[in-house]
Design a protein around this ligand. Structure first.
Ligand SMILES: [Zn+2]
Ligand SMILES: [Zn+2]
Length: 422
């Protein structure tokens, strides 16, 4: 039987990994420069952690989580997002004692059982940040500015940061009431899902991509009109800071997020390459979650980016070429003695020159080793045969120029370092 990967879960192969590593390295560098520290939480968590935070009636919890019982009968879930596990960890280890405003970031796989399609795998990867311990709009502004800078460093240009505010829980509830009333009167024009959403999760109607629902939503009451004075002030201040620091954003009427824990600022990053369906990232405030999980009453704000979607956007612009610039050197050897000598030389070149050095692992013929070197795109081959070894010599061959020279075996590394031949 031939096995295949699980539907919706994809292999990332060596030929594609360059773009991923480049993205991850750039992100790490920028995040660390803003003082973020990495946190790694387990892939598995208690199911109720997600039910309580994301919300029992959300799409994620009702139909998308990978939930199963372990051997002791406990209900576990493969994490569908990163925020709830981090807040759990933050409280469990009293991280508020480390810093009153903790900047955290994470990278790793998340799991949601959606219908697999381009940019939507069941195991997908996110880069995300959380700033826990502040309610100030300066925190919102910093992470949005940082996000903007990071996306540009990836090479992305045509993205849009859409911004809105949901207000506090009371504002959200007030708006939900108004929206419910508005939608009840127009129920006939909504899709089947949205008819159900009116009762269960009314804000999600604003997110529906069905044209009929989009039309109804266009005339719906504006969330901003339901904000209390302090939420309005927070939002105005945030917009002011972003404008003065020249971070472009588009205030977007009734932009909402599909997770219950969001309050206040919400934002979403879209890119033309993804069409209207998917955002490349999103985030917002969750000022009640730390307290809801039994921790201190602390404000928090964060975002998550979808790595696959960013790579799709970069590919659309031809910018996702792998960063395969390291030159490859192959050491071809014949006979055990030469092989051992070759291993020593390879080790020294790795240490001294920063090249990628390959040696023969099959005890193949010299001819076949030359073919392997060629297939691996080696720029330089060092050849040590039995005859060369007897004379204390080695051959350095430049594969592109098809030139070679014989050198003293003790000066091979020196010659390679000089780069005379490469
Ligand atoms: Zn409010
Ligand atoms: Zn709908």
């Amino acid at each position: 039987m031939k096995y295949k990967s699980i539907r919706g879960m994809e292999d990332i192969l060596p030929g594609d990994i360059g773009a991923w590593q480049k993205l991850e390295n750039t992100a790490r560098k920028i995040l660390e420069s803003y003082g973020y520290r990495e946190i790694r939480t387990p892939i598995l968590e208690d199911t109720s952690l997600f039910e309580r935070s994301i919300g029992e009636s959300t799409d994620i919890v009702t139909k998308e989580m990978y939930t199963f019982k372990d051997r002791k009968g406990r209900s576990l879930t493969l994490r569908p997002e990163g925020t709830a596990p981090i807040v759990r960890s933050y409280i469990e280890h009293a991280l508020d004692k480390i810093s009153p405003e903790l900047r955290l970031y994470y990278m790793g796989p998340m799991f949601r059982s959606e219908r697999p399609q381009k940019g939507r795998s069941r195991q997908f990867y996110q880069i995300g940040v959380e700033v826990i311990g502040t309610r100030s709009p300066f925190a919102d502004a910093e992470i949005i500015a940082q996000l903007d800078k990071m996306l540009k460093s990836f090479g992305l240009e045509d993205f849009t940061i859409k911004l809105n505010s949901l207000g506090c829980m009371a504002d959200k509830a007030e708006f939900a009431g108004k929206l419910k009333k508005y939608l009840e009167d127009r129920k006939k024009r909504l899709c089947g899902d949205c008819k159900k959403r009116i009762k269960k999760n009314v804000l999600r109607v604003l997110d529906c991509k069905n044209e009929c629902c989009v039309q109804v939503a266009r005339e719906a009451p504006n969330l901003i009109d339901s904000l209390c004075a302090s939420c309005k002030e927070h939002f105005e201040k945030l917009k002011g800071i972003l404008s003065t620091t020249k971070t472009k954003f588009v205030e977007t009427k009734n932009l909402v997020r599909g997770l219950d824990y969001y309050t206040g600022t919400v934002f979403e990053i879209t890119h033309s390459a993804l069409g209207g369906q998917d955002a490349i990232g999103a985030g917002g405030r969750y000022d009640n979650l730390v307290k809801d999980f039994g921790g201190p009453s602390l404000g928090a704000v964060g975002y998550a980016l979808g790595i696959e979607r960013i790579i799709i956007a970069l590919k659309a612009k031809g910018q996702a070429k792998s960063a395969e610039t390291t030159k490859i050197l192959y050491v071809a050897t014949m006979g055990d003695k030469a092989k051992i000598e070759g291993m020593k030389i390879a080790e020294e070149i790795r240490r001294e020159c920063g090249l990628r050095v390959l040696t023969d692992l099959k005890e193949a013929s010299l001819k076949s080793q030359m073919r392997t070197a060629d297939k691996n795109n080696a720029k330089i081959v060092i050849i040590i045969g039995e005859d060369e070894l007897k004379e204390g010599k080695a051959v350095i061959r430049d594969m592109a120029r098809k030139e070679q020279k014989s050198v003293n075996i003790n000066s091979v590394v020196e010659e390679v370092k000089k780069g005379a031949i490469c």
